[in-house]
Design a protein around this ligand. Structure first.
Ligand code: C5P
Length: 314
C-alpha cells in the first residue's frame, strides 16, 4: 500500500468488468445522454480496489495502462469515495490503491467498476452499513454503469443504463476478449453513433425477445446469434481495424462476436474453456489482437474481498 497511508486497517473490494450482450441506443436526450435498453453481464476480469485511512486523499494505480488512468480528483474511484464521505459526514481522507485487470477505456466499464468497488470498500472501512440500493443511488450520480458494477450477474438496464432489473437466466458463458492498444472515448462513440444515424428517425429502444429466450434456455449458440450492439457501427467507424478482429474471431469458430459497449474491446462467445484457449491462440497468432483475455460470466458485482478481519471471499 501507499506510503501516504497511516492506518493499519485496509479493505479490499473486488469488482468485475461487464459486457453488454445487447445494447439498444435510443435518440439523444436533452440532458446529453441516450435512452438505453441493454442487457449487462458481469464477467470475471477483475479490478481490486483497496482503501485505508491516510493523511491526504490519493490514488495509486497498478496496471500496464496506469498512465491512462487519472490519479487526481477526477479519478472515478476517488470521486466515489469523496461522494460517500460527504453523504455520510465523514471527514477522514483515504488512500485508494487500484490493481487493474479490466482494460482501460476498453468498453468494459473499468472506471465505473472502480467507483463501485470504492463505494463498497469505503462503506466497510467506515462501518456505514449502507444498503445496496443506497449505494446504487450514489453510484448512478457517478456514471451510468456504476449501479450494474455493484449488482453484477446478468441484468437489464434502462434509463441511461442505470435503472436495473434482474434477468432470469441460466448457465455460464465462456468469453474471449480481444483488447486494443488504443482506447475509445465513450462520449465520442455516442456522438459518432448520432452522426451515423442523423438521417433517420431513431425509435425508442426495447429489449429483444431472442435475447431473453436465449438467456432463459442457457443456450450459448442462441446467445451468440442474439448478441447485438447499436454502438458497434460507430466504434468500427472510429477504429476500422476492429472489423478484422471480428472477422478473424468468427472465422475461428466463435459462437458470436461483438464490440463490447463503446469499444474497442471485442468480445467473443465460445462454447467452453478449450474453445476459448483455441480462439485466444488464433487471435494472437494471426496478429489481429495484441492482448487477449478469457473470462466466464455471469459473476457477482462489487464485494469485499479482504475486510478488517482478513480475507472473506473471492
Ligand atoms: O454515464 P457515463 O459517465 O459513463 O457516460 C459517459 C458519456 O457517455 C456521457 O457523457 C454521454 O456522452 C455518453 N452516454 C450517453 N448515453 C448513455 C450513457 C452514456 O450518451 N445512456
Amino acid at each position: 500500500m501507499s506510503s501516504a497511508a497511516t492506518s493499519a486497517i485496509c479493505i479490499t473490494a473486488r469488482v468485475p468488468a461487464k459486457v453488454n450482450l445487447e445494447l439498444m441506443v435510443g435518440p439523444l436526450r436533452a440532458d446529453g445522454f441516450h435512452h438505453l435498453a441493454t442487457v449487462f453481464q458481469g464477467v470475471g476480469l477483475y479490478d481490486d480496489v483497496s482503501v485505508e485511512q491516510a493523511d491526504d486523499w490519493g490514488v495509486t494505480v497498478f496496471s500496464p495502462q496506469a498512465d491512462q488512468v487519472p490519479s487526481d480528483d477526477t479519478n472515478l474511484a476517488m470521486r466515489a469515495a469523496r461522494l460517500l464521505a460527504s453523504e455520510a459526514g465523514i471527514d477522514i481522507p483515504v488512500h485508494i490503491t487500484i490493481d487493474k485487470d479490466i482494460p482501460v477505456a476498453g468498453g468494459m466499464a473499468g472506471g465505473s467498476a472502480d467507483a463501485a468497488a470504492a463505494l463498497v470498500a469505503c462503506d466497510a472501512l467506515w462501518g456505514l452499513g449502507y444498503s445496496k440500493a443506497a449505494l446504487e443511488d450514489l453510484g448512478a450520480e457517478l456514471g451510468s454503469d456504476v449501479p450494474f458494477a455493484l449488482t453484477g450477474g446478468t441484468a437489464m438496464g434502462s434509463g441511461r443504463g442505470d435503472r436495473l432489473a434482474p434477468v432470469l437466466g441460466r448457465g455460464h458463458y465462456h468469453w474471449v476478449f480481444a483488447l486494443s492498444d488504443v482506447g475509445l472515448s465513450t462520449p465520442e462513440v455516442y456522438a459518432e453513433c448520432d452522426r451515423l444515424r442523423s438521417e433517420r428517425r431513431v425509435p425508442e429502444p426495447a429489449p429483444s425477445a431472442s435475447m431473453m429466450t436465449a438467456l432463459r434456455s442457457g443456450d450459448a449458440a442462441a446467445l451468440g446469434r442474439a448478441l447485438s450492439n447499436d454502438l458497434q457501427p460507430a466504434a468500427l467507424s472510429l477504429q476500422p481495424r476492429l472489423e478484422e478482429v471480428l472477422r478473424t474471431g468468427m472465422e475461428y469458430g466463435a459462437l458470436g462476436g461483438i464490440v463490447s459497449g463503446s469499444g474497442p474491446t471485442v468480445a467473443f462467445l465460445v462454447s467452453d474453456t478449450e474453445h476459448g484457449l483455441d480462439l485466444a491462440v488464433a487471435l494472437t497468432a494471426s496478429g489481429v489482437a495484441p492482448v487477449v483475455k478469457r473470462a466466464v460470466g455471469p459473476v457477482a458485482g462489487a464485494h469485499v474481498l479482504i475486510g478488517p478481519a482478513g480475507r472473506r471471499s473471492s
